[in-house]
Design a protein around this ligand. Structure first.
Ligand SMILES: [Mn+2]
Length: 317
């Protein structure tokens, strides 16, 4: 599989690298690291990484503009299981496509589909791809990959971290000697206003009898805390390990896009099937969705409550 990917990269001189909408560190880091590695290996190729960025993750690297697409342009999509979530205007314009993803399979839309759903992050797959092929790496690329991997594994807290995860991290640390502490400061230092919003969520989260915790964040509240509509979803992992909560959800008003953004995490019940019914999806224990109104969001909460109730009943049996 990696050989086929490397061959395709070698073959095409114009390469576009995209990933999912609603950018996160793993999506961004995987596309930037792959771009930089291809550029380092094949300086004569034109390689761009595209999609909507976020100032919050600007430390990971800068994105490029999408240039002309012709029949000989290769599209590589990282960290994205389905076509509609690729952050690029028209996937079908590309004649040649590769997918590199760690989400559970959703649909086939590329010629080469490299799906490793046991990898903790897309960055883990890119790490392995670079290690196992003639793609080159340097300290900066290694750092980018490490940042994405650490973010998606929630700092190695998830079961998705396998022996391979650690051996790849070990390999990259050994060879590129970056500072974990320096990187963590870059990624995890944050403004006090964010901590204050987190305090609000902790104080006002509603918890159902079935251990589903949720919080509604209106645009008014976002303004009060000086936060944007992505903030609550980005801090959702900080609400893990609360005894009274098994599934937790942030419901955030996004007036710019006229939607309600929903982030869901779980410590047991499988949640992505519910998310899929509400214009979303994701991993078994980490998903997102988008709805039109807070009422719709409450329907999703009810569905999650049902799933969690069943989970608890089954556990008791
Ligand atoms: Mn990912």
């Amino acid at each position: 599989m990696y050989k086929r990917i490397f061959k395709a990269i070698k073959k095409y001189d114009n390469i576009v690298i995209a990933r999912h909408i609603g950018v996160d560190p793993d999506a961004l880091a995987s596309q930037i690291a792959l771009r930089d590695s291809i550029r380092l290996t094949f300086p004569e190729k034109k390689v761009v990484a595209v999609g909507n960025g976020s100032s919050k993750f600007s430390h990971i690297g800068a994105l490029d503009k999408l240039g002309n697409i012709d029949d000989n342009t290769l599209l590589i999509v990282t960290d994205t299981p389905d076509k509609k979530r690729v952050d690029i205007p028209n996937v079908d314009l590309f004649k040649h496509k590769i997918k590199i993803d760690h989400h559970p399979f959703v649909e086939e839309f590329c010629d080469i589909e490299c799906i490793e759903d046991t990898a903790c992050s897309a960055c883990e797959i890119i790490m392995n791809l670079i290690k196992e092929t003639k793609l080159l790496c340097n300290k900066e690329i290694a750092e980018t990959l490490y940042i994405g991997l650490v973010a998606d594994s929630n700092r190695f807290l998830f079961d998705s971290c396998s022996p391979r995860t650690f051996s790849l991290v070990s390999y990259y640390l050994e060879n590129y000697k970056f500072s974990i502490n320096e990187l963590n400061q870059k990624v995890y230092n944050r403004p006090l206003k964010e901590v204050r919003l987190e305090g609000y969520i902790g104080e006002n989260m509603i918890v159902t009898d079935n251990k589903v915790g949720y919080i509604k964040i209106t645009n008014k509240l976002l303004e009060k805390f000086g936060a944007d509509s992505a903030s609550p979803g980005n801090m959702i992992n900080n609400f893990n390990f609360i005894e009274e909560i098994l599934v937790w959800v942030t419901i955030t008003e996004d007036i710019k896009n006229d939607i309600i953004r929903i982030s869901i995490r779980s410590r047991g019940p499988i949640i992505n099937a519910v998310a899929e019914n509400y214009n979303g999806g994701g991993h078994m224990y980490a998903s997102g969705a988008k709805v039109k109104t807070f009422d719709d969001a409450m329907k999703l909460i009810n569905d999650l409550d049902e799933v969690t109730k069943k989970y608890l009943e089954e556990k008791e049996r």
